[in-house]
Design a protein around this ligand. Structure first.
Ligand SMILES: [Zn+2]
Length: 250
């Protein structure tokens, strides 16, 4: 069989674009930060409602909801709407490079970019103590049936560098079996977004971010060296046979 495929896609020159950032300033430790995020750009077909309009909507509105409820957490809640994700994670990488020297100020970094279907919990990367704290926080979401903590984080492309740097990171975990029905296609339109599911995702996102920003505990970071030398060795019996770059979070 011979297939003739005609494509009309073009690559245009690069231009300057920017991340969009809003904050609810922390009352007690304003320089410590919890990030909620999604990416504003989308694939060139469809409307990008699911990828990643849903993630942008809940991240933007997390701050709005806190304002409406008159809630100011102890730490700052920072919403970041990334730019240029589909073209190559440009916004996420630029932000990482500009802020990695302040990484100890980040309590928790979240991204929703794997669909805003019915929420189940959080896909999380962090050490054992950090995971324990997140599990306790998510127990508060029992009324929304969204208490699951799965590891490692999967689906936060703009924040992966932070994950590698040992900062606690999470991706909204949802009933996403239909994600690839619409992903990067003409099918990704606003009709995919169920208003009730979106509302519940927003409730999970806002509650999780607020509690993480408000608890007196610092969520511990993972020293990167430890992840390679201790956990990597424990998980990889072949390690003595040569260097291994695979590691897992617990
Ligand atoms: Zn995306």
């Amino acid at each position: 069989m011979e297939v003739h495929l005609t494509m009309s896609a073009q690559t245009y020159p690069d231009f300057i674009s920017r991340n969009t950032i809003t904050e609810v300033l922390g009352l007690q430790w304003p320089d410590e930060v919890v990030v909620v995020s999604g990416h504003l750009d989308s694939w060139d077909v469809g409307q990008g409602a699911m990828d990643d309009g849903g993630g942008v909507t809940i991240s933007w509105n997390a701050g709005v909801v806190l304002q409406q409820l008159g809630l100011r957490p102890r730490r700052t809640l920072r919403t970041i709407i990334w730019t240029g994700e589909e073209q190559g994670l440009y916004g996420g990488l630029a932000y990482y490079n500009n802020h990695v020297n302040e990484s100890d100020k980040f309590q928790l970094i979240l991204e929703s970019d794997a669909g805003t279907f019915s929420p189940l919990g959080l896909a999380f990367s962090g050490n054992q103590e950090a995971t324990c704290i997140i599990q306790e926080v998510l127990k508060l979401l029992q009324p929304l049936n969204a208490t699951q903590v799965v590891s490692p984080m999967d689906g936060g492309p703009d924040i992966e560098e932070w994950q590698k740097a040992g900062v606690p990171t999470g991706s909204l975990y949802t009933e996403s079996s239909r994600y690839y029905w619409f992903h990067h296609s003409d099918g990704d339109t606003l009709t995919v977004e169920d208003p009730d599911e979106l509302d519940r995702c927003l409730a999970v996102w806002t509650s999780l971010a607020y509690v993480a920003a408000n608890i007196t505990h610092r969520i511990p970071h993972s020293p990167v060296a430890d992840k390679y030398s201790i956990q990597g060795e424990a998980l990889n019996p072949m390690r003595n046979g040569g260097p291994s770059h695979s590691f897992q979070f617990t």
